[in-house]
Design a protein around this ligand. Structure first.
Ligand code: FAD
Ligand code: SF4
Length: 343
């Protein structure tokens, strides 16, 4: 593998995992991250589902592997152009600098849905309407769970599928991680405030992963969290300065009116905006929702149709961290094989 070079674009969990594994296989690796630190969304979460592992524990593990490897890291660099050459790729680092590589791995991840686009929920207007990401920030910073006015909440509602499975905002896909995030965060609220009533409004509960269904049962049986099948149609401020929500319980077939101290919007995953430019310049294919489209979802789920150009993690579709890390390992092995065949 001497002299072979791979550039990885995106230093989240997928990029970090693939970088250290490729380096262990004797390949020269450049890991590029647009932020000023590695870790991607791990820097934004507190305790991870399904088992409440602190995100920092996992981040340290990934960082240790990188530190032991010979990976070259470049921070504060956003890649917007990849030229696909007859032999390898030229990756534009800035106006004057280009990196030549034999293979490229795209690990550009996802962006959180902008909850302001769902105006009916009042995010950005009512300070007591927050997102799941805002709640993670409160937990991570060890701040007390209070309303914007400093009151201890007695009722909190979570709303599932915000910016996912929603034709109105052009996001048809299920983001896969927000149901379990809603269950995990509802339990965390009860752990912090046992007296607080917690309600989750959902369309369907998608508990596909190991331990998820068990956590959902625990949320109901041990923590007394109420799950209501129905979408909130509107959130408004009432005279007591609380959030008045209107919904329909579609199982019971009756309207629900509830005033809560905090409304938490479980925001979904959208495609990274840089994917368009990267696809246009490299020839990689995009799905209609802006995520990259691999050759197939089976044996070639980390491969593009361009020889030497690979994907891993949430740049192709919503995934949890376990799935992301597995894909990154798989992409590293595929790239290794590709480089051996083209030696
Ligand atoms: C609210 C919420 C909570 C979650 N909690 C959990 C949890 O508890 N447990 C779990 O298993 N999963 C959880 N997830 C899912 C988890 O966040 C993802 O599985 C994981 O972050 C995917 O890693 P990634 O490397 O694919 O993407 P990201 O974490 O998005 O990393 C991508 C990186 O690429 C960088 N980048 C993007 N474009 C460029 C570019 N052009 N040039 C250079 N750098 C670039 C970004 O800055 C970022 O650092 C959660 C998701 C959400 C939305
Ligand atoms: S995981 Fe649950 S909350 Fe998220 S989009 Fe899918 S159904 Fe909706």
């Amino acid at each position: 593998m001497k002299g072979k070079h791979v550039t990885i674009i995106g230093g989240g969990p997928a990029g970090m995992q693939a970088a250290s594994q490729l380096s262990e296989l004797g390949i020269e690796v450049l890991l590029i991250e647009k932020d000023n630190k590695l870790g991607g969304k791990l820097n934004q979460w507190d305790r991870l589902f399904p088992d409440q592992t602190p995100s920092m524990t996992l981040l340290k593990e990934l960082q240790n592997a990188i530190e032991k490897s010979k990976v070259t890291i470049r921070l504060n660099t956003e890649v917007q152009k990849i030229s696909n050459l007859t032999h390898g790729f030229d990756i534009l680092l800035n106006a004057e600098e280009t990196q030549h590589s034999d293979a490229v791995l795209l690990t550009t991840g996802f962006e959180l849905f902008d909850a302001r686009l769902k105006e009916e929920y009042g995010y950005g207007t009512y300070p007591n309407v927050i997102t799941s990401s805002d709640l993670e920030k409160l937990f991570r910073e060890g701040q007390p769970l209070t309303t914007a006015e400093g009151r201890t909440p007695s009722k909190i509602a979570f709303l599932h599928c915000v910016g996912s499975r929603d034709e109105k905002v052009g996001q048809f896909h299920c983001s896969r991680v927000c149901c379990i995030t809603g269950v995990k965060q509802a339990i965390e609220v009860k752990q912090a405030l046992p007296e607080c009533e917690v309600y989750n409004f959902y369309m369907d509960m998608r508990m596909f992963g190991a331990g998820y269904e068990e956590l959902y049962r625990e949320a109901q049986e041990k923590w007394g969290i109420t799950f209501i099948r129905g979408r909130i149609s509107e959130a408004a401020l009432n005279q007591e300065n609380r959030i008045q929500i209107k919904a329909e319980d579609t199982l019971a077939g009756r309207p629900v009116r509830l005033s809560v101290d905090l409304l938490v919007l479980l925001v979904g995953m959208t495609a990274s905006p840089c994917n368009k430019a990267l696809a246009a310049t490299s020839g990689a294919e995009l799905r209609s929702n802006g995520f990259f489209n691999p050759v197939d979802p089976f044996n070639h789920s980390v491969e593009s149709a361009i020889p030497g150009l690979y994907f891993a993690g949430t740049c192709t579709a919503p995934r949890n961290i376990g799935e992301t890390l597995m894909e990154a390992g798989s992409a590293a092995l595929k790239i290794h094989k590709f480089l051996l065949q083209n030696d």
